[in-house]
Design a protein. Sequence first.
Length: 277
Amino acid sequence: MKTCDTIQSLQFEIKSLRAQNLTIGLVPTMGALHQGHISLINKSTEECDITICSIYVNPTQFNSKSDLERYPKTLAKDIELLKSTNCNIVFTPSNNEMYPEPATLKMSFGELEKNLEGVNRPGHFSGVGIVVSKLFNIVQPDMAYFGQKDLQQVAIINSLVQQLSFPIKIITCPIIREKNGLAQSSRNQLLNPEEREAASIIYTCLQNCVDKVDQFSIAEIEENAINQLKEKSLSVEYVSFINISTFAPAEKIESKKTAICVAASIGGVRLIDNVIL
Ligand code: AMP
């Protein structure tokens, strides 16, 4: 596996791969890698000749400075983990490499960001849209892999690809969970063992919501779930039934079109999760 920390060195590698007509899969990450990220890498190595994983903690998508500072950074360990996969290149740019000039560009995704992460993390999707566009332009992959874990992000990326005509196929991969059901996340590293166990209530709660859809209204289920999370001392930002194409609140439940999304914090660590019905 090659490591490139400049755009120039990465593009030098890519040029010779392209000359051999090899297909390229890109897996954008912010590092502190876990099995969720590895599942994306594995999907890409199955489907593409060459897999490139980017590791970059993108400052422009953080709406809180302390959250950015606290975000786990484990680059040496990440590179070791990637070496155990069939990943071919890891791209690890510095801030100066990605943003030689301060980023002034803003992106807006309209209705898609009127709810959930869009309102709870102002500016987040603008930062995501810009960094992903930059990575797409730098790498020009054939395919790019994203996790359902960040469901609204997937909708944003699909809109970005469509609106900017990126010739890239977006693949969404399922959520990888810990044994207790907690969705794997880099932020889980910030939890102590008790918090990690307590946080498994998020998935239990999502499953309870699924079980109730035939008997209760959406509002009743949401309220019940919020109470269930609060009982376990989680601080809840939202439990919300949404339409997965528009991200508007769901008025009725439609199979494969409705998802239940949760954002809640424990020990000051913000976690998100979802299930598609
Ligand atoms: P991040 O490093 O958190 O920005 O995540 C990089 C990519 O990995 C994103 O597309 C995430 O949706 C995806 N991802 C994160 N956690 C998981 C998980 N538990 N299962 C599957 N994909 C994930």
